[in-house]
Design a protein around this ligand. Sequence first.
Ligand code: SF4
Length: 192
Amino acid sequence: MDLEELSREILTCTKCPLHKYRTHAVPGEGSMKLGIMMVGEAPGADEDRTGRPFVGAAGRLLTETLARLGVSRDDVYITNVVKCRPPNNRTPTREEVEACLPYLLRQIELLRPRRIVALGLTSAKTLLSLVGKRVEKIGDVRGRCFRGRVAGVEVEICVTYHPAAVLRNPRLKEEFMGDLATFLGGGLERFF
Ligand code: SF4
């Protein structure tokens, strides 16, 4: 199965109750030009309407921050832990994450990123659990990178805030941009 076939499967998936509420599932988009995947929590209203990841206000912040760092969003692959929008943008349940996780793992297997940027706590918790790291608070892991093997691929999992959190609290903007500059720039010195 290639990425397009996988995306088609996601678009018609009914493996968890979130399929009942969606307009569109949101598999992900972008490229592996920089070898980087960015993984958020779940689609929101704009993403559900368009079928594209990170196109609402938080997505615009992410896209603008990448542009300020000289990176086009087309040069990274952007997706979420769960591919359908939870009602009222609530946090996905553990069962929903578990049901959807095989799709993210398959995307990692197919795309073989060298680095995955986890945006926010749900993404950090999910991805770092795959390399045996338990996470309670975003503050414990934000700005840090962890090496491990996920879906048969050696990756670096690097954590920063979800851009929606940065919108809610603009004081996080500097750290968010600093994290992305480090994670995208290649000069990683903060491994644990
Ligand atoms: S969230 Fe994932 S597992 Fe649930 S219906 Fe959508 S694609 Fe399927």
